[in-house]
Design a protein around this ligand. Structure first.
Ligand code: UDP
Length: 311
């Protein structure tokens, strides 16, 4: 009888999912990584393919999920997550947040597994409160281009809570704020990979709108540490995980130009519809309940990410 606990990570070949595969293997779990590879990459998990504790299952979680054997934890991370991706795959995004979450919850129920939902700061929409505490209900446009992601994740949270209350499932919800680091796709369309690739190639840095909109960026190892603490904790209400070091996109571009030792100039492009004007997590709850706070500074994290993109 295998004594190691087994975790299923949906979206396990994605940027965050693959870092979770690394972490859980390191902590002595067996990992089943499920991904349909529409935005995930086999490259992200190739280093585990020969490990006896690792298994890759190519499957779309919006279709019925069948996993043989024991499953102790399910981390549901499958979803396109960059604005460019969910604009390209609007129906798949809605399906994976709704049908995919329902299937993953159903599997958790059958296996009596603990379930963790990857939710997002997008549930707060274009927030009227800054920073955003978990108690804020958000300001989301359901029919705008981002609605496919925001509403799917809001539905996913509601579904997760319903399984908790109705089926007594042991659940967790993490609201993930902007995260960056190695294994982001060069062309995923988000600010950090765009700016770094542009800076390294000496091409103009594309700032959408004035660049005065704010974000705060969390390095991926800090994020997965917070997620691990959350699943091992008793906190079943949503918890924000992100870095509260808020800055404008112009400041971010300036720092990346400096770290990449680049001469790129800045050009302004049209601001996408419903682009949030501010975003910053209130992490008081994670600090108190999980004894978690980010450790990696933006400078340190960006240097590592610039080196990754240099290769
Ligand atoms: N952004 C930008 N230039 C780019 C890509 C993004 O100015 O080449 C802006 C985008 O409009 C947003 C911020 O950067 O205000 C963060 O965008 P990202 O796509 O990284 O994620 P979001 O926080 O919008 O989900």
């Amino acid at each position: 009888m295998e004594h190691k606990k087994r975790v299923l990570i949906t979206g396990g070949a994605g940027f965050i999912g693959s870092h979770l595969c690394d972490l859980f293997l390191e902590k002595g779990f067996r990992v089943a990584c499920m991904d349909n590879l529409i935005t995930g990459k086999l490259e992200n998990i190739r280093h585990h393919l020969n490990s006896r504790d690792f298994e890759f299952i190519r499957h779309d979680v919006s279709d019925y999920i069948d996993v043989k054997g024991r499953v102790d934890y399910i981390l549901h991370f499958a979803s396109p997550a960059s604005p460019a991706d969910y604009l390209k795959y609007p129906i798949q995004t809605l399906k994976v947040g709704s049908l995919g979450t329902h299937n993953a919850l159903g599997l958790a129920r059958v296996k009596r597994a603990k379930f963790l939902l990857a939710s997002t700061s997008e549930v707060y929409g274009d927030p009227l409160v800054n920073p955003q505490p978990e108690s804020y209900w958000g300001n989301v446009n359901p029919i705008g281009p981002r609605g496919v992601y925001d509403e799917a994740k809001r539905f996913a949270e509601a579904m997760t809570m319903a399984y908790r209350h109705y089926h007594r499932l042991d659940t967790r919800i993490v609201r993930i704020f902007n995260t960056y680091g190695p294994r982001m796709r060069r062309n995923d369309g988000r600010a950090i990979p765009n700016f770094i690739c542009q800076a390294l190639a000496g091409r103009p840095i594309t700032i959408y709108g004035t660049g005065r909109q704010s974000r705060s960026f969390c390095y991926v190892t800090d994020l997965v540490d917070g997620i691990y603490r959350l699943i091992m904790s008793k906190e079943h209400e949503p918890v924000n995980i992100g870095n509260p070091d808020e800055m404008s996109l112009l400041e971010l571009a300036g720092l990346i130009i400096k770290l990449a030792d680049s001469r790129s100039e800045i050009v302004h492009k049209t601001l996408p519809i419903d682009d949030p004007k501010v975003r910053c997590p209130d992490i008081s709850k994670a600090k108190k309940m999980l004894r978690w706070k980010p450790k990696v500074t933006l400078r340190q994290g960006l240097s590592k990410t610039v080196n990754y993109f240099r290769l």
